[in-house]
Design a protein around this ligand. Sequence first.
Ligand SMILES: [Zn+2]
Length: 263
Amino acid sequence: MRAISLAFHDVADGPPQTVSAAVYAIDRETFEAHLCAIEKERRFVSAMRQRAQWDMDRPIFLTFDDGRFGNYESAAPALEQHRWHGHFFITTDWIGNPGYMNSGQIQELHNRGHVIGSHSSSHPERMSALSEDKLLREWRDSCAALSSIIGQPIRVASVAGGYYSRKVAKAAAQAGVEVLFTSEPTCEASLVDGCLVLGRYSIQRHTAPDVCGRIAAGQIVERWRQTSLWKAKKILKLLAGDTYITLRRRFFSRRLMGQRAIR
Ligand SMILES: [Zn+2]
């Protein structure tokens, strides 16, 4: 079983206001260029609401992490122009905060056919470092909060912060999650306690639309580039632990200041 999943975050115009936006936020025009590049390469973009077998050769899934307002305002309407649906993964403690979707907007996306899933309750920096109890609480509480908004059980989720381990998937399965997206750049799927675990290729601010299109088309060189970078980062994360997070934050804060200075 194989699938190509792309991980987007925010779609918003203007200078980035946060470290995360400096890395991940894409302006509307570029996002639309990404979608056109995907459409050029692939005819079908799929939506998965629960664990399923699929006949298509390598379906493509478009996912959006964190629950930013730009996903409601810009990403969803752009997807609908292509008659596609996205997977919107919400960090439930942030619902209604400035810059994030509120409950009504989440419900509206669900009513318009998009898939709503969990992105944890509190977005821990290292999910894989949490105890089993805490992990279970992150998944259960967030799924319950979202379920009460859309009136349906939540079956799909994505791992916050990219820190995945088998323990993270086991807790998700226990909370009723049937499909879990990680940040590991791979198209291979696996099963953990009945939960389907799918990797994703990350689309960042600097990713060119044609690169996005080539990843969607399954071209091996672009996918291999992300995979080799990811493997190097994984070793660094293991060796450096919390120091990795501190260094990363410092590096991207400098980049954010640089981007603001240019504008
Ligand atoms: Zn996130």
